[in-house]
Design a protein around this ligand. Structure first.
Ligand code: RAM
Length: 340
């Protein structure tokens, strides 16, 4: 059986049955000769998640004989990303691949870059739609939101009680979209009628702030039955807090994490399951798409099809988004097969 795009070539990794468009015919775009000087601008450079994505960007750069660099702030804020966009614009890079800390705050700087002919590709967290050419979405946003509600329901006895969300920044495009889909699932699906969302807290994708916020949730809501943390930084901080406060196994924890940060907590039962996608492939696809834009092989319009090297064929959808593939659920029985 052929693996879905962006899948992990491993046995026992659950591929969620979520919509994954793309595929179909392709206008096979082989690499051209335009200079590929492509820069990645993550939410923050001290977040290991983005280092994994950068390995995929570097791999695509090598495959296409292009240049790759990664720059970015240590604070995950839109204000901190703006000077990096301005500097990359002055340097006249051929493309900026950006994960937006704040879709609107960075839009004017990105539009300025685009007006100079620089291609802008969003990955992970989209800038405002008119401030990028294409967005590479890691997985269907509705599916990412809903799987987290399903997991917390599965982990709370009787699927009933107070739950909280420990998110990243309050302005993050990706987390806010997922949280909206979580709220919709909680409100509309009768199987979740026993769950009550009492608070959305923001740890700002900062380990210390996430720790403080997780502690605050436990203090403010002594009957808390579960925490969903849709950020790799938040979920690992929350796991540590649950262990240190003796609440591991009593307050369910799930969300989005990396196997390496969560391995210990899955093995000791603090977090029985969490989800994520193939982060390296996200970086690969983002670089590859940026390269094809720079080379004029695609324009970034809805309906265009292209081939992204080893990942195969993709289609730009009506919201000028490209979907990487389905997310995966990590549990004790598969976590040792993954190393990132
Ligand atoms: C953090 C960041 C990133 C998000 C992952 C799941 O690393 O907030 O944007 O996609 O978590």
């Amino acid at each position: 059986m052929r693996l879905p795009k962006g899948a992990f070539a491993l046995a026992g990794v659950a591929v969620l049955a979520l919509s994954a468009c793309g595929g179909g015919g392709s206008s096979s775009a082989s690499p051209g000769t335009a200079t590929l000087n492509i820069a990645f601008l993550p939410k923050a450079v001290n977040n290991p998640y983005f280092d994994v994505a950068a390995t995929g960007g570097q791999e695509a750069a090598t495959a296409l004989s292009g240049q790759f660099k990664q720059v970015g702030p240590s604070d995950a804020t839109g204000a901190a990303q703006i000077p990096f966009i301005q500097t990359l614009t002055q340097q006249n890079v051929s493309a900026i691949v950006v994960s937006a800390d704040d879709p609107n705050a960075i839009a004017p700087a990105l539009k300025q870059a685009m007006s100079k002919g620089i291609k802008v590709v969003g990955y992970d967290s989209s800038p405002a739609t008119d401030a990028r050419n294409v967005f590479i979405n890691q997985a269907d946003s509705k599916g990412i939101g809903e799987v987290q509600v399903q997991m917390v329901c599965d982990e709370i006895p009787g699927c009933a009680g107070d739950i909280a969300i420990l998110s990243a920044t309050s302005t993050a495009t990706n987390q806010n979209a997922w949280i909206d889909f979580m709220k919709a699932a909680l409100a509309s699906n009768s199987k979740y009628s026993g769950l009550k969302l009492v608070k959305v807290a923001y740890g700002n994708d900062d380990p210390q702030v996430s720790t403080t916020e997780a502690q605050g949730l436990l203090q403010a809501y002594p009957n808390l039955k579960g925490i969903i943390s849709p950020t790799t930084v938040g979920i690992s901080a929350a796991a540590q807090v649950l262990e240190q406060t003796g609440k591991a196994g009593k307050v369910a924890l799930t969300g989005l994490g990396t196997p390496n940060l969560m391995r210990k907590y899955v093995k000791d039962g603090t977090c029985k399951e969490f989800a994520l996608w193939n982060v390296k492939d996200l970086g690969y696809l983002a670089y590859y798409t940026a390269a094809l834009l720079v080379q004029g092989k695609i324009k970034g319009t809805a309906g265009e099809k292209f081939t992204a090297g080893r990942l195969g064929d993709y289609t730009i959808d009506t919201s000028t988004t490209v979907l990487l593939g389905p997310p995966f659920v990590f549990k004790a029985d598969n976590i040792d097969q993954l190393n990132f």
